[in-house]
Design a protein around this ligand. Sequence first.
Ligand SMILES: [Zn+2]
Ligand SMILES: [Zn+2]
Ligand SMILES: [Zn+2]
Ligand SMILES: [Zn+2]
Length: 370
Amino acid sequence: MRTYLCQCGQTTYFDNTQCLACGQELGFCPVCRQLVTLLTEADGSLRCGRPECAAPLAKCLNYAEHQVCNRCVGLPATSESAGLCDCCRFNDTIPDLSVAGNREKWRRLEGAKRRLFYDLVELGLPYGTAADGVEPPLAFDFKADVIPKGDFWRSVGKKQTVYTGHAAGRITINIREADDVVREKLRVDLGEAQRTLIGHFRHEIGHYYWDMLVKGRREVECQAVFGDHEQPTHAEALERYYQSGPPADWQQRFLSPYATMHPWEDFAESWAAYLDMVSALDTVQSMGFGGECDPSQADFDRMLLRHQELGLALNEINRSMGLLDLVPEIFVPPVVEKLRYIHQLAQAGRAENGALQGSCQAGTSGAALT
Ligand SMILES: [Zn+2]
Ligand SMILES: [Zn+2]
Ligand SMILES: [Zn+2]
Ligand SMILES: [Zn+2]
């Protein structure tokens, strides 16, 4: 992640909505793809505060009405977007805002989702909705468990649990994950090294890209790296995993205990770790800590070496501060080959997207297939 500049010269950050130095409102401009000062015209309309851009803008509806977003839409707005930005337009279900605390959970989810889209745009990966003609169409459901009111006996069997997961482009997140106490308890109970909102998005989008880039196209080469996803089936593997847990020697071959469950989970865990790496390298480069490692260009071995060097240093800093390891993964040779495959697949997705963008002359938004 990079930082931005307010018109007054103050450094601003990806999640900001207001400059702390001059008080001006900020918003992400979809035209120049920067967090910019929002200038108000005499008629009350907004425009991008970067003179070289100066695009007419409106706040995303979720920014203007709910303060869970900090993005803008370009004007004139397209009818498909319905006033929603290039991140919010993918929402199919948002939390019930009449429930106390849900708006704050939604705000946290949107913050993590915007970082996911930043990663995808950095990598030039394709994605889109059904209206964009993209298969599978990407959509998000942010839902809570349904616990019926009433006495105990009437509610038995009626509780509906929401499972965080992916199905045919639809990413569902149980909004309790946005509660720090609940999420940390789950992390400890499940023996996970980390459990974060951005981690959930990076894992689930891995399943999305398996469907888009591997399914029916590269299954044989993917099986050679991750194993046969049909034997056992995902449902069988899930049951076995929750009965017996991971094999004792999982660290010899896998990134995490959960990756041992099924080749699809191994793929999604590897995809998430790859996005973690890209994000970390992009951040250190943007912050001036050196290491020319443009994730869209760099060769994989250089990227991984730099990430491992950073991991050693940052883990020690975190330990000295009493925090969890920033890079908990151990990059044994089988894990390295999985990440190398993900890197090659991401490059292939980027190349395909470039071809698509060129043919339809999209690209002013920078987001793929918009
Ligand atoms: Zn300012
Ligand atoms: Zn702009
Ligand atoms: Zn938005
Ligand atoms: Zn998964």
